[in-house]
Structures are given as structure tokens and as C-alpha cells.
Design a protein around this ligand. Structure first.
Ligand code: NAP
Length: 404
């Protein structure tokens, strides 16, 4: 097998037959991953006529791996993901309130995949709860490794929580009720700035108009507020020629044509802005927990979580994944919508700079949706006959190959 190499300056060297890792995922993961691989292989074949192809390497994780090895994410799987550099992942089930730590969080931290990137764009033909879903074309950059997802959390009756409560009371005169669980929300300058840097670089490369820093800094001044300050500071120092603050821009718009406008919004306002002034927002850079809520809310605005893709990207390693969970009730029924994982794999193709098959897949998805060739989650809103998950993949492949 040939693997993607990482050059000295952290650039990817992609062979003609790169090995891409895939985690099938729990629940509906089996069905949607199969559909994704068939679709991507067909697009690569159509684009490159056999000159390039992907070798898929299965990476065990989740329930299947636990049954076989007693571990949900064995070291061998982490080694495989590392070797592959770029991977695509199905959803993994996480128990609520007890048991193991989220495998998703573990993966993001292990590979330092600090940017969760979620493009949200309306696919015409999708059902939407809003009047003008076509106004949505945003890309959320959500910090992935700190904030509340850092995992520093202690149960209310643990000795650690007790120690913390005592420390806070004694040293800082902060009195927390004895029956409180405690979580810590660390937000650092380095991690905030590398996230904002990625968002601005993306905005420059993709000719976007603005980057909005979303935060709750009016209340959490030294975490969320600092994120905002560090974001503006980075833009002003590293991207002085390419960016302008919203304040400067509004004072003299003509002077700053073509520059990326850096603005900020408080999180609660942001939630109503994306509904009421959808087309005024473009790239959004935000802290972990804000981004968690916002990205699903945006996805819902354009037709639900079955369709929106995502990527977890670091300086070189990247894992692209469906944004939805394992939807256990549909396990093995071949009815789930594979669009999210297929478009996530499309982001992986773009990441390795295979733009042609990525374009072919997007066109096939758009035309299938326009013709109401969709799975049940979409079909139920427009009273059309739903396709099964596997049939949807076959439909996309027919369209790519232009088979009537
Ligand atoms: P979920 O798995 O996303 O499913 C919630 C509902 O969304 C489903 O019942 C279904 O709605 C719809 N849905 C999601 N994906 C779909 C698809 N591809 N096609 C059609 N419908 C889809 O959320 P959950 O039930 O909260 O979470 C289940 C498990 O997944 C949990 O253990 C959670 O921790 C985990 N999870 C994993 C990830 C990840 O791996 N990145 C992300 C989120 C959640 P209807 O019932 O209306 O048909």
C-alpha cells in the first residue's frame, strides 16, 4: 500500500494510489460508509479513468472493535490512522453520563485536529424550515481541542470535586455548593489564534467576504472575551494586508473593497443573526461549545444533519466525518442518508487536492436532490418515494457515469 507522505514543510505528498483510512462507525455507520466508498471510487474513476485510485484501509473502532479486542479504539487503529494521514469516519456511539470518554474527542486530541470545519450550504431540493435557505453559505471553524471539550470535569461526589471546591473556597473565596459537579473551561491564546489563522487562510484561499468571531465574551471575559481579542490581534498582525475590521470598513467601505472583513458577534445574537440576516455571514470562527451548537443549528436551517459534512483538521492530519450520530434505530436497515459522509469524503478529496472527483460528487448530489431522488429523511417532507441508502449511492454513480 502507498501512503500519503508529509514533507518537511508540512505539505502533503499524495501518490496516485493513496491509502485513505476509514472508520466504518456504529449504528448506521456500516450502511453509509459502504455507500460513501462506492460513490467516491466511482467519482475518482470517472475523473481520472484509472490513472488514480484510492486504496481504502479499514480502521477498527467503536462497538465492533470493542467486541473483537475489548477496546473501542486500540493503539493499532491510532497507528493506522496516523499512517494514512487522511481518513474518513462514520459516527461512533457515546454513552451519555457514564462510561468511556467520547472516541471522537479522543481522536481529535490525539491527532491535534484543532479545527472542526463545517461548510453549510443549501442543497436545492432539501426540505428547510426557513423561507430563504438558499441564502445560507457559511463555513464554521470550531476550535476542537480545548474549552469545555478538553474533558476536565469531575463528578459532584468525587474526591477531586471536593478538593477543587475546598481550594476555590480557601484560596479564592469562591463558594460552590457541595453537590456540584465541576468542569473547567480553558481557552488559550495559542489555540485560539491557530484556529482563527486557519479560518482566515480559508477565507483568503476561497475568496470569502468576512470572518466572524463568535463568542460569549460579555459574560466570560477571560475565556470567550479573550478569544475575540486574540482573533482581532492575529488578523491585525498576520493578515494586515488582507483583512480589515468591520468598524474600519463601515467608516469607509470604498477604501477596503476586496478585503476580508473581520467582525465579531456575541453568541446569542449570532443565533438570531444567522436566521434573520443569513447572507451577511460567511466564515465563522468560534470556540468549541459555541461551535458545537451553532453548526447543528445551521445544518438544520438547510435541511438537517443528514446532509452537512465536516472535517477535523490539524496542521497535517485530517479526519473527515459525518456530522450526525449513529442513529441506532436505523441500524442495518439501509435507510439512512449517506449524504453527510459522502460530502465529508468530498472534503477529504479536496484536502488532497483531487478537486475533479470532488466536483463530480457535488454535481451528482445536487442533481439527485433536485430530481427528488433522496432517502427517507428528505423524501418524507415532499411525499416522494424514498431511496434506500444503497440505492442513493447507485443513483449518484449513474449520474456521474451519465447512465440514463
Ligand atoms: P443522531 O445519531 O444524529 O440521530 C438523531 C436523529 O437524527 C435520528 O434519529 C434521525 O432522525 C436523524 N438522523 C441522523 N443521521 C441521519 C442519517 N444519516 N440519515 C437519516 N436520519 C438521520 O443523534 P443521537 O441519537 O443524539 O446520537 C446517537 C449516538 O451517536 C450517540 O451515542 C451520540 O453520542 C453519537 N454521536 C456521534 C457523533 C460522531 O460520531 N461524530 C456525533 C453525534 C452523535 P429521525 O428519527 O427523525 O429519522
Amino acid at each position: 500500500m502507498t501512503y500519503i507522505k508529509i514533507s518537511g514543510d508540512k505539505k502533503l505528498e499524495v501518490p496516485k494510489d493513496p491509502t485513505i483510512g476509514y472508520i466504518e462507525g456504529d449504528g448506521i455507520g456500516g450502511d453509509i460508509s459502504k455507500a460513501m466508498i462506492l460513490t467516491v471510487n466511482a467519482a475518482v474513476e470517472v475523473a481520472y479513468s484509472g490513472e488514480k485510485n484510492i486504496v481504502w484501509e479499514k480502521v477498527p473502532a467503536g462497538e465492533e472493535s470493542f467486541k473483537e479486542t475489548g477496546k473501542s479504539l486500540p493503539q493499532d487503529s491510532l497507528d493506522k490512522l496516523k499512517k494514512c494521514v487522511v481518513s474518513v469516519k462514520g459516527p461512533l456511539t457515546t454513552p451519555v453520563g457514564h462510561g468511556m470518554r467520547s472516541l471522537n474527542v479522543t481522536l481529535r486530541q490525539y491527532f491535534d485536529l484543532y479545527a472542526n470545519i463545517r461548510p453549510v450550504k443549501f442543497i436545492p431540493g432539501s426540505p428547510s424550515p426557513v423561507k430563504y435557505p438558499e441564502k445560507m453559505d457559511m463555513v464554521v471553524f470550531r476550535e476542537n481541542t480545548e474549552d469545555l471539550y478538553a474533558g476536565y470535569e469531575w463528578k459532584y461526589d468525587s474526591s477531586e470535586a471536593e478538593k477543587l471546591r475546598m481550594f476555590l473556597s480557601k484560596e479564592l473565596s469562591v463558594n460552590i455548593p457541595n453537590d456540584s459537579g465541576i468542569g473547567i473551561k480553558p481557552i488559550s491564546k495559542f489555540k485560539s489564534q491557530r484556529l482563527v489563522r486557519k479560518a482566515i487562510q480559508y477565507a483568503i484561499q476561497n475568496h470569502r467576504k468576512s470572518v466572524t468571531l463568535m463568542h460569549k465574551g460579555n459574560i466570560m471575559k477571560y475565556t470567550e472575551g479573550a478569544f475575540r481579542e486574540w482573533g482581532y490581534e492575529l488578523a491585525a498582525t498576520e493578515f494586515k494586508n488582507e483583512t480589515v475590521t468591520e468598524k474600519e470598513y463601515l467608516e469607509n467601505p470604498d477604501a477596503y473593497q476586496g478585503k476580508i472583513v473581520i467582525k465579531d458577534r456575541i453568541a446569542d445574537n449570532m443565533f438570531q443573526q444567522v436566521l434573520t440576516r443569513t447572507d451577511e455571514y460567511d466564515v465563522i470562527a468560534t470556540t468549541n461549545i459555541n461551535g458545537d451548537y451553532l453548526s447543528d443549528a445551521l445544518a438544520a436551517q438547510v435541511g438537517g444533519i443528514g446532509t452537512a459534512p465536516s472535517g477535523n483538521v490539524g496542521d497535517v492530519y485530517a479526519i473527515f466525518e459525518a456530522i450526525h450520530g449513529s442513529a441506532p434505530k436505523y441500524t442495518g436497515m439501509d435507510v439512512a442518508n449517506p449524504t453527510s459522509i459522502i460530502l465529508s469524503a468530498t472534503m477529504a478529496l479536496e484536502y488532497i487536492e483531487w478537486k475533479e472527483p470532488a466536483e463530480i460528487i457535488r454535481n451528482a448530489v445536487n442533481s439527485a436532490y433536485l430530481d427528488h431522488k433522496v432517502t427517507q429523511d428528505i423524501a418524507r417532507y415532499s411525499n416522494v418515494k424514498p431511496l434506500k441508502c444503497s440505492e442513493f449511492a447507485e443513483e449518484l454513480i449513474r449520474r456521474m457515469r451519465k447512465v440514463p
